[in-house]
Design a binder for this molecule. Structure first.
Ligand code: NAD
Length: 467
């Protein structure tokens, strides 16, 4: 890493960051106050420049000190786009079709790698990079197969390098405030007996692209895809992805772990491939039971639909004293409200919540209470969270990754492989519950890769999984 970005630039950036992180500024938590290495230049390679790779790269170039040096994608069309877009953003990149060739050629020019390929390739790409000595930011879900996610945990342990998994809500200051501060530290909602999460999307056909930009069939097959349809719509094929339940549920089910600080004891899910003629479930409804450290059982309901966009995506936490709605898009969820008889004015004084009457742009407008009758609990006005994210959604998570890279300290990560593995166990089990029409019960030890587990070369980086 070259030291090309000076301390003044960095301090300006961190001051801006602290303005949006009033309570949980990771920089403020720095014990010794040393900021020295945080202004180092970090040279980055990206593997997988698809929709998400482009979003992450657009964020990367906004982070002080980050230079994108190389991009790998098996699709020439995307390699061309990457080179052009990055040139426009002031980064000259070399492009590669094969990640091994990129890592071998650029070894000395690359300090860290961002992996945004389809889920089935995450383990192969992340493990190879880690074993080449490169810290990795890898998109979620860790893998569509638990055995491969396990290999990622082992590679991170073995190398001692940062491996951040892309559950970006873990670094979102609004989520950090709502979960760490409102719910956990100050217990504003009381016991949270239930949680709800949903991701609803409207009907969408398979993605198609013009033949002019198709990948030659030989190249597709070399990289494990049978044809362009499978390549472009990988989420819907068991070999490559886990369907909407894994794709979307991975973000939100992780939150239930975070709020209750424990893993579930069971999942009962119902769903199916009922609307499209596709391999993976197009709708899933799952109930997770969590037994907390205090020994109480709480339940979370998670729903993913692909035939209706009703309500979009958000999460709700329902406690005996009040409830809180969150969404990565604040307009869809950014408020808490007390149950009758609870006065939260002290939390407003403490700066944890905004006054319901405060003229906050993001406050959700409530419909009139005029139609309430005796069957309905009178709803209090929603009190907005006073913390906002003024950057793109993935940026704080990337910044957190580079903090760990620069300080050579994986413990600084907000979502390392060990943590992400826990929710991967629960998320992947929902599809199993659907397939087997039964409740899947978990043992606590299932959520950890055993300390004496050995890296299995057959499942490790480099293996091409069979169809
Ligand atoms: N964190 C988030 O909010 C978020 C959002 C969307 C997607 N994702 C994740 O990002 C990943 C990519 O999703 P996407 O929507 O960008 O998919 P995509 O299909 O748009 O992009 C995948 C890219 O990877 C390339 N690729 C495929 N196999 C490759 C290989 N062997 N080597 C190099 N490149 C290869 C493809 O050519 C394509 O350009 C997935 O894991 C997905 O779950 C995360």
């Amino acid at each position: 890493m070259d030291t090309k970005f000076n301390r003044r630039t960095f301090l300006k950036t961190s001051a801006a960051a602290s303005a949006i992180l009033p309570t949980f500024n990771i920089l403020a938590e720095d014990k010794d106050g040393v900021i020295g290495p945080d202004d180092d230049q970090v040279n980055v390679a990206v593997i997988g420049y698809g929709a998400e790779g482009e979003i992450l790269t657009d964020d990367l170039v906004k982070i002080p000190g980050i230079r994108v040096k190389a991009v790998c994608d098996i699709w020439e069309h995307r390699r061309k786009l990457a080179r052009g877009r990055l040139k426009h953003l002031g980064h000259v990149v070399k492009v590669y079709e094969d990640y091994r060739e990129m890592l071998d050629t650029e070894d000395k020019n690359i300090d860290a790698v961002v992996v945004a390929t389809p889920d089935w390739m995450h383990a192969e790409h992340a493990c190879y990079c880690l074993r080449k000595g490169k810290p990795v930011y890898c998109e979620k879900e860790m893998s569509n197969q638990l055995s491969r996610a396990r290999e990622m945990v082992l590679a991170a342990r073995e190398t001692g390098l940062p491996l951040q998994i892309g559950h970006q809500r873990r670094s979102n200051p609004r989520y950090m405030h709502a979960i760490n501060n409102v719910m956990r530290k100050n217990n504003v909602l009381g016991r949270i007996t239930h949680a709800y999460g949903q991701w609803n999307r409207s009907v969408a056909p398979f993605t198609v692209v013009g033949e002019k930009i198709h990948i030659p069939i030989k190249t597709l097959q070399k990289y494990g895809y049978e044809n362009m349809e499978q390549f472009l719509n990988w989420r819907w094929f068991a070999k490559y992805g886990g369907g909407p339940m894994v794709d979307l549920g991975s973000h939100q089910i992780d939150l239930f772990f975070w709020v209750w600080d424990c893993a579930p004891i069971s999942v009962t899910a119902i769903g199916g491939n009922d609307y499209y003629n596709r391999q993976m479930n197009d709708n899933v409804m799952a109930i997770y039971e969590f037994k907390t450290k205090e020994g109480v059982v709480n339940r979370a309901f998670y729903q993913v639909l692909t035939t209706s966009s009703r309500g979009g995506f958000y999460e709700q936490f329902m406690g005996e004293q009040g409830y809180l709605t969150l969404s990565e898009i604040p307009a869809r969820g950014n408020t808490a409200a007390p149950e009758p008889g609870y006065d939260w004015s002290k939390f407003v004084k403490m700066g944890i919540l905004n006054d319901a009457k405060a003229p906050v742009a993001l406050q959700v407008k409530r419909s009139s209470d005029a139609s309430l009758d005796a069957r309905v609990t009178k709803a209090a006005a929603g009190m907005p969270l006073p913390v906002d994210l003024l950057k793109p959604a993935h940026m704080p998570h990337l910044e957190n990754f580079f903090l760990a890279v620069r300080r050579k300290d994986p413990k600084l990560l907000n979502c390392d492989a060990e943590l992400a593995y826990e929710s991967a166990v629960a998320v992947l089990a929902a599809n199993r519950s659907v397939a087997e029409h039964r409740t899947v019960y978990f043992k606590p030890e299932e959520f950890k890769v055993p300390a004496d587990a050995k890296h299995d070369p057959a499942k490790a980086a480099g293996e091409q999984p069979k169809a």
